[in-house]
Design a protein around this ligand. Structure first.
Ligand code: ADP
Length: 225
């Protein structure tokens, strides 16, 4: 479904040049659950942002299905993101002025064909057990509940790919596990997920683990079943 070929990302500022990604080759098939690990600064976020099309590579190709994303301009990319991708962030990124159900509905903003929006929002909230907080505001919820709501927003439009950037990074152990169980269950139902994590035990819940070091993928292993 996804192919990164020879992806490079170089930052140039004044005289300093940093290469965040060197020649990354990565294929992700529909239905996979991939965890990306590695020390701080190794390029994990840059790789995830590249997959999310919020960062443009300075070299290489990004194919999504049979579309070459380099051919899209910013407006087309924004549309592609809204219709195809779901994002989950370490800090939840819910909008404080909106209720939980309104936040979840934002995940449908770009999906004109989304059908019965109300039913979809209700189903997504049900899936992550947050429906009882639908009329609450984010600040009235615990971190774990907020992250579950953020996952509902990410999946409400049935995206082809869910990108999660340290989704358990701000949660205690119990809430982190709950979030991982939800991601795992979504993957079992067919969702394709790529997740950055610092937790080896959470990486073990993915089906494949990729290790990065200094801007390169240094290992890729399927989980033993
Ligand atoms: P990680 O997510 O693994 O901590 P990042 O992808 O954030 O790593 O960063 C990879 C490298 O790219 C680091 O050396 C970082 O300093 C550099 N980098 C990231 N963003 C920028 C930027 N906007 N300008 C310059 N260098 C950057």
């Amino acid at each position: 479904m996804i192919r990164l070929e020879n992806i490079q990302r170089r930052y140039v500022s004044d005289e300093v040049e940093t290469t965040a990604l060197y020649d990354i080759d990565l294929h992700v098939e529909a239905g996979e659950f991939v965890a990306i690990m590695g020390p701080s600064g190794c390029g994990k976020s840059t790789l995830l942002n590249t997959l999310g099309t919020v960062d443009r590579p300075t070299g290489g190709r990004y194919l999504f299905g049979d579309r070459d994303l380099a051919a899209l301009d910013e407006k087309e990319l924004a549309k592609f993101r809204g219709a195809t991708l779901g994002f989950v962030f370490q800090s939840f990124n819910l909008i404080d002025e909106l209720t939980i159900e309104e936040n979840v509905a934002l995940g449908l903003a770009y999906r004109k064909e989304a059908g019965d929006r109300r039913a979809r929002v209700a189903a997504a909230m049900d899936k992550v057990s947050i429906a009882h907080r639908a009329r609450h505001y984010p600040h009235q919820l615990s971190g774990g509940q907020q992250q579950r709501a953020a996952i509902a927003r990410a999946i409400v439009g049935d995206p082809k790919l869910v990108l999660a950037d340290e989704p358990t990074g701000n949660l205690d152990t119990a809430n982190g596990e709950q979030v991982m169980n939800i991601l795992s269950a979504l993957n079992d139902e067919g969702a394709t997920i790529v997740m950055v994590t610092h937790s080896p035990s959470h990486a073990d819940m993915a089906k494949r683990r990729i290790d990065m070091l200094d801007g390169r993928i240094v290992a890729s292993a399927m989980r033993a079943i």
